[in-house]
Design a binder for this molecule. Structure first.
Ligand SMILES: C[S@@+](CC[C@H](N)C(=O)[O-])C[C@H]1O[C@@H](n2cnc3c(N)ncnc32)[C@H](O)[C@@H]1O
Length: 443
């Protein structure tokens, strides 16, 4: 029996403590005989049954309870994608900030056993009121820093700090919390364009603030989620440690790209789509075995998208729509997917208009398993998934950060902090003054 099958049995045994075989059969869209055969190990449930069982066990408390090994805070939390990754490696979330009420709703539905309240606008939170923690997590929105004040101060020969350079931006809030709380480590996430944003100035201020002013040892890498899910989604990940460690990106195990393709996240029309207690028949009609027809584009919208693509191709710009088949990799899911779904349209064959992904398929595309509860409208859900992170990417990063977070003693620095990205190109082309500073600070 493989690990996945063992897991299904563990969940099944647990579920049978709370549900009769008849109830379980009803809720899983199966029959009592099948449940009895699974329980007696005469036949094997399909591995995906584990997701439905997890759903059923939710009211009875977390089943994957682990010892808490470190504490973290979740800033700009969205729907908690980064949080899930760090919980999975043994972290406990002790503070959350997310101001969007719809994202809060999704977050609350998925982290129901929290001991802390959900905080809103981070700019209104006094850093001294935030509980002590080992790791700060933040997927902060990217904003330009005003350079007017800085240039003037430079001209006057006056020193300036991040307070001057970043005031009024959300990165400022990250920096001021790091300054007051001094966690052992942080992870910041952003769009790849952060590197080139405002001609590189934005990234330079961030880098200088984190390393030179706050004294963290930082590591930075662009990671494409395609290593984990069938979606091309490049994000910059900035990891920082308060003390020198042996962290380096060679530790990151990235599965080969293309391991999974779109068919792995689509609803199954061959009768194997698992029943999902929360979704019911909202996205996938289990009676007909088909995706709800409302996700198929209307003839008018499909015609519009085709015309639009032709027009832009003639002008030599724009990608138009992105049609995906079973073996495709999707383009980056954006927060505007709800508008027309044009970046990822599922080909439904000749004579049928393509369809959008359902919110459940979007969740899967972000690496979230089917126990993830979607309590909001489709429009809100599309926006939230488009803004979120691909969870397994951050799980992989969390795994290599964790030993350096929980270690009693930090290892000495053995590698340069600025390392190459996946394509072997240095993220910083020229040595930065920070490197000198870092070496000095280490010695
Ligand atoms: C890119 S998303 C982060 C997504 C998140 N990392 C996840 O995995 O779902 C940025 C989030 O920051 C939130 N946000 C923006 N300004 C904020 C503020 N001042 N205080 C709290 N949250 C804020 C937005 O509502 C949005 O959900």
């Amino acid at each position: 029996m493989n690990t996945r099958q063992e897991l299904v049995h563990q969940y099944l045994d647990e579920a049978l403590k709370y549900y009769s075989k008849a109830e379980l059969a009803n809720r899983l869209g199966s029959d009592q005989g099948t449940i009895r055969r699974w329980a007696a190990r005469e036949t094997e449930p399909k591995p995906y049954v584990v997701d439905s069982l997890k759903q059923l066990l939710l009211p009875f408390g977390p089943q994957e309870k682990r010892e808490t090994e470190f504490r973290f805070i979740d800033l700009f939390a969205g729907i908690g994608g980064i949080r899930k990754a760090f919980e999975r490696v043994g972290g406990e979330c002790v503070f959350t900030s997310e101001w969007d009420t719809y994202a809060q709703k999704t977050y609350a539905a998925n982290f129901r056993h929290d001991s802390h309240a959900l905080n809103g606008d981070i700019t209104q939170v006094n850093a001294f009121d935030i509980p002590d923690h080992d790791v700060l997590l933040a997927g902060f929105p990217c904003q330009p820093f005003s350079i007017a004040g800085v240039s003037k101060k430079n001209a006057l020969g006056r020193a300036h700090g991040f307070e001057d350079e970043t005031q009024g931006t959300l990165f400022f809030d990250v920096a001021r919390i790091l300054q007051v709380k001094r966690p052992r480590a942080f992870l910041l996430e952003n769009v790849k364009n952060l590197m080139s944003h405002d001609k590189g100035r934005t990234f330079d201020v961030i880098r200088r603030t984190l390393s030179e002013e706050l004294g963290y040892h930082i590591h930075c890498k662009i990671i494409d989620a395609q290593h984990f899910v069938p979606q091309h989604r490049e994000r910059i990940v900035i990891v920082g440690f308060r003390e020198p460690t042996d962290f380096n990106w060679d530790l990151l195990a990235l599965p080969p790209k293309g391991n999974t393709t779109i068919k792995d996240i689509l609803h199954k029309t061959d009768g194997t789509e698992p029943w999902n207690e929360h979704d019911g028949n909202k996205y996938f009609d289990h009676e007909t075995g088909q995706v709800n027809p409302k996700y198929t584009l209307t003839p008018k919208l499909w015609q519009y998208l085709q015309n639009y693509a032709v027009k832009h191709r003639e002008k030599g710009n724009g990608f138009g729509f992105g049609l995906v088949g079973p073996n495709s990799i999707a383009r980056t899911l954006s927060a505007r997917y709800y508008k027309d779904g044009s970046e990822v349209l599922v080909d439904q064959g000749v004579g049928k208009n393509p369809r959008r992904l359902t919110p459940r398929e979007c969740a899967r595309l972000m690496g979230l398993d089917d126990s993830f509860v979607i309590p909001v409208s489709d429009t809100r859900a599309y926006k939230q998934f488009g803004n979120s992170v691909v969870m397994p990417v951050f799980h992989a990063v969390a795994e290599i950060m964790k030993p350096r977070i929980v270690a009693e003693q930090f290892e000495p620095v053995i590698k340069d902090m600025w390392e190459s990205n996946g394509s072997g190109v240095d993220l910083l082309e020229s040595p930065s003054p920070y490197q000198t500073h870092r070496k000095e600070s280490v010695s």
